[in-house]
Design a protein. Structure first.
Length: 311
């Protein structure tokens, strides 16, 4: 998935070794890459993307399941989360195959690419066991949900081994349960949204919950002297331009936290907060001031119940 992972276990159950934990982690990561990675040429999604046809294509249960979750989140956020956005992400120089030093796409190119993007161009067949592209150039990109899905998979493997006190993280997507080595619930920092800095802005306490943060302060490009965010609005085909620096979402599912954070980042400070409140999400929105020197925040009541003071 083009990123790193870590796992912490406060206490190993009797009879469970570090080798077994590592094997459980490796199995989930290998399966996730095999199905969802656009960095792996022969993964299931890479092979699906390469097929230029509109006939029915059988898919694995894992792919079908995550498409269902992604579509639910897309509907709930009025199209702000869309896994068919891959051609636009690549055109703006991000993700697998994106040219980080390339020019920004022009209006004509964006319009042409948008003809291949949208949930209405993907059809589920045979009860979801197969997919059909309604346009042959449609492609899928699970980068906004697959890391969270993998975290949930590792957590499930840990649970099956009897591990009850753990924290798992992939690319910043975090899930925790039980007690940390400090004999309290795990506390995870939400970073100050500044490039090159790693200091806490807020803390959330997790026990059986996951947290995901989406922001514009690490993954961005400078094009013609202008900062271009990696967050692409599938409704316009262009990177977001609002002043939102980051969105943090806490949710029982890491995959859902991952996807909702992306969607709320697309929606922006006003529409995003309204959507998070309507859906009952625990979310923190950090907005950058006009001069970029200060931050303003807004959050939902559900987030404040999980928030702890920064030590």
């Amino acid at each position: 998935m083009g990123t790193t992972y870590s796992a912490q276990v406060a206490q190993l159950p009797d009879g469970v070794s570090r080798v077994e934990l590592q094997s459980a982690i490796d199995a989930v990561l290998e399966e996730t890459n095999r199905v969802f990675s656009t960095y792996v040429p022969d993964s299931e999604v890479s092979r699906f993307n390469a097929q230029q046809e509109t006939s029915s294509i059988p898919v694995s249960a894992q792919l079908a399941s995550l498409i269902t979750s992604a579509e639910e989140i897309g509907v709930a956020t009025d199209g702000a989360f869309d896994i068919t956005v891959a051609p636009l992400v690549r055109a703006w120089g991000f993700g697998a195959g994106g040219a980080a030093d390339g020019p920004a796409p022009g209006p004509g190119e964006i319009a042409a690419l948008r003809a291949s993007v949208g949930w209405d161009k993907l059809q589920r067949v045979d009860g979801g066991r197969a997919l059909r592209k309604l346009v042959p150039t449609l492609q899928l990109d699970f980068d906004g949900i697959a890391p969270g899905y993998a975290v949930d998979g590792i957590a499930a493997r840990f649970e099956a081994l009897g591990v009850r006190d753990y924290l798992v993280e992939i690319g910043g997507e975090v899930r925790a349960r039980g007690q940390s080595p400090m004999d309290r619930a795990w506390r995870v920092a939400v970073e100050v949204p500044l490039a090159g800095e790693r200091k806490p802005y807020a803390l959330v306490e997790l026990d059986g919950l996951a947290v995901s943060t989406s922001g514009d302060y690490r993954d961005f490009r400078i094009v013609d002297g202008r900062r271009v965010s990696h967050t692409i609005d599938p409704r316009t085909g262009a990177p977001v331009t609002h002043g939102l620096a980051s969105v943090c979402v806490v949710h029982p599912s890491t995959a859902h936290a991952d996807a909702y954070a992306t969607a709320l980042m697309v929606l922006g400070p006003e529409e995003g907060l309204a959507t998070a409140t309507r859906l009952g999400l625990a979310a923190l929105f950090v907005e950058r001031s006009a001069d970029g020197r200060e931050f303003m925040e807004r959050s939902t009541p559900a987030f404040e119940r999980l928030r702890r003071d920064v030590d």
